[in-house]
Design a protein around this ligand. Sequence first.
Ligand code: ADP
Ligand code: MG
Length: 290
Amino acid sequence: ATPMSIMVGVGRGARAGVLIKNAAALERFEKVDTLAVDKTGTLTEGKPAVTRVVPADGFAETELMRLVAAVEQPSEHPLARAIVNAAGGTTLPVVDDFEAPAGKGVTGTVEGHRVAVGSGSFVAALDVDTTPMAARADELRGEGATAVFAAVDGRLAGVLAVADPVRPTTAAALTQLRDAGIEVVMVTGDNRVTARAVAARLGIDRVEAEVLPDRKSQVVTGLRAEGRVVAFAGDGTNDAPALAAADVGLAMSTGTDVALESAGVTLLHGDLTGIARARRLSQATMGNIR
Ligand code: ADP
Ligand code: MG
């Protein structure tokens, strides 16, 4: 396309809520046939809330929440913020030896107790027997919630359900993309059962779940190796490598700075309907020179 038509395309995109940073992104967009999309914060609002607290035998709910919120306090993860909010305005004890392995959870020492909070597989890998709550966790996941496991001093202490509502614009955006012949693939660090429940609700058939942050870009690379032209939409710092690896990276304006910097396109208001709009713009722009 001519520099002039690119400028016009970029300007029209901006008015339609799609900020296109470079000509390459606009030019490549019309060839996109696959959208890989992060779940939390992208398909969903990224405003998760604790919807259920299930203490294990021998643990009281308030004490469980106090310890769990204390160890989540230094974390910037959306799940952590939901858990700290759920603990209410109470003053939380200090956490020592805080660690937060990406895509897994958090650990720390609170009032002399070793506390671990995170995915079932993360907590189980710390030699905690999670089986007494496995069925309960799968029930919560079947409703589309994320099951967060908690352990205190190596003993299972409870499970929390954290639910993140699907964005009001997501269903319409996915319908537009499917109508345009684009296949949608969910790529998420979340558990398989939760991911499938949310995907089913949105009519997404292909799901890559339990993908650790450093592997999201490999999923994108794999899809490209299938001969696809891939756009990746995401919001998180952990999505940055996948945004960079995609033919077109789409960052939610509600996402982190690192995500925004790694993407060629910003979707304003975190609205995925901008994707179909940007593709039409690309087609119109590229059509100018044919
Ligand atoms: P997503 O790809 O959906 O944005 P992440 O890769 O950030 O998710 O996290 C994957 C999983 O790791 C979460 O679903 C959760 O089970 C666990 N996890 C990560 N960070 C935390 C945390 N701070 N507290 C509890 N669980 C966490
Ligand atoms: Mg995310």
